[in-house]
Write a protein that binds this ligand. Structure first.
Ligand SMILES: Cc1cc2nc3c(=O)[nH]c(=O)nc-3n(C[C@H](O)[C@H](O)[C@H](O)COP(=O)(O)OP(=O)(O)OC[C@H]3O[C@@H](n4cnc5c(N)ncnc54)[C@H](O)[C@@H]3O)c2cc1C
Length: 361
């Protein structure tokens, strides 16, 4: 076993981890960012929408944005019931994720692709890389390792409730500038979506994980309907699937010398499933707290992260979690009751608009 020393180890190089690594490295501490994938962000597991407000937090490098979005259209039981201004971007997530990692490296973070965090001892992380185990000594660990987080396991704080999303990239017959979401009782605990990307679209279905056995069939029917209506072409270009934590923010995101950020912390919006903005905001806050803890040789400074997160996003994401519970409790096949339930809980409707610009998909 070899031995390495860093101030901060960031596990997972998605938007949360790359942003945390960049932030901490810019503050002058030694950062190692690692990801079990050789190319983080691929295969893409995302519908790729972000609100324009993302530019408050990061630089969007050329190639990250495929097209602009103006509005969010909501369909319930196949009726268009709302068109809401929702300025945003459709990303190329592979380019976006890799540009965030590049920015972390430019700030001074070291990046290890193909390196999986496997275990933890008192102040060390055991990493599997190139068929070998490497021990890394560090002061702070940031868990940015997605919905089923290994660092969360070390902290005894893990997501329990998930939506599963299955998506095809399809030819789009006419360009459009809205993201469209479709609610029907059969999409249990979720919805279908069509997000345009130039001459293609990400078209998918998300349902509560307990209903994953029907998701293929639901997506096939959704795509067939879109093709029949002349909205989508017939031949899928590629497909992707992934888990989205929808149980709400985890109560514990700081323990000992460890912090959880992004999906690992349950910081996706529990109703929309959107999590890129939260991941980036978390990354900034956790990266700052980690750097301060190192620079002041005071691990109690790590507590600044959950405090700041709570004041910025806690109310908004907590409310989303309660709305998700309400949806799950009252899901119904009665068309009128179903429409009313969605109107009470979906972000496009009066009473649910607060903070919407952060999670408008
Ligand atoms: C189908 C689908 C559609 C979605 N659409 C949208 C959307 O349109 N807009 C939006 O805002 N959000 C969307 N989301 C959610 C969004 O993708 C996530 O919220 C976002 O990626 C969270 O970023 P993250 O950095 O926390 O985690 P991730 O992006 O999941 O990154 C975690 C990284 O950790 C790595 N990792 C895991 N375990 C280890 C380990 N032990 N050691 C080392 N590395 C590890 C993984 O390889 C991965 O690269 C969607 C999700 C899905 C599944």
């Amino acid at each position: 076993m070899s031995k390495w020393h860093y101030d901060v180890v960031v596990v997972g190089a998605g938007p949360a981890g790359a942003t945390a690594a960049e932030t901490a490295a810019r503050m002058g501490v030694r950062v190692l960012l690692l990801d079990s994938k050789t190319r983080p962000g691929t295969p893409v597991q995302c519908a790729e929408y972000v609100p324009t407000a993302v530019k408050r937090y990061i630089r969007l490098k050329p190639g990250c944005v495929v097209q602009r979005i103006d509005s969010l259209r909501t369909f319930i039981n196949d009726q268009l019931v709302s068109t809401l201004a929702a300025p945003g971007y459709m990303l190329d997530r592979a380019v976006f994720d890799s540009s965030l990692v590049q920015q972390a490296r430019e700030a001074g973070a070291e990046f290890w692709p193909g390196a999986k965090a496997a275990a933890r001892t008192d102040r060390e992380v055991v990493v599997r890389r190139n068929g070998q185990e490497v021990k890394i000594a560090c002061k702070v660990i940031i868990g940015a390792d997605g919905p089923r987080s290994t660092v969360g396991q070390w902290m005894d704080s893990q997501n329990q409730s998930f939506m599963i999303g299955l998506q095809y990239r399809m030819p789009l017959c006419e360009p459009q500038s809205s993201t469209d979401v479709y609610f029907c009782p059969q999409y249990r605990g979720g919805y279908a979506w069509l997000f345009p990307k130039g001459d293609t679209a990400n078209a998918g279905v998300g349902v509560n994980l307990n209903f994953k056995h029907v998701i293929q069939e639901l997506l096939r029917d959704f795509l067939k309907g879109m093709t029949t209506r002349g909205i989508l072409g017939e031949t899928p270009l590629d497909s992707t699937a992934g888990l989205i934590p929808v149980g709400g923010p985890l109560p514990v995101i700081h323990r000992d010398n460890m912090l959880l950020v992004g999906d690992a912390a349950g910081h996706t919006h529990a109703v929309t499933g959107g999590g890129i903005m939260s991941a980036i905001i978390d990354g900034k806050l956790a990266g700052q707290a980690a750097a301060k803890a190192v620079l002041h040789n005071d691990l109690s400074r790590l507590a600044e992260y959950p405090e700041q997160w709570r004041s910025l996003l806690g109310r908004f994401l907590g409310r989303a979690a309660r709305q998700r519970e309400e949806c799950d409790r009252n899901w119904t096949c009665d068309p009128e009751k179903f429409a009313n339930l969605i109107k009470r809980t979906w972000i496009s409707f009066p009473g649910n608009l607060e903070g919407r610009e952060l999670h408008a998909n």
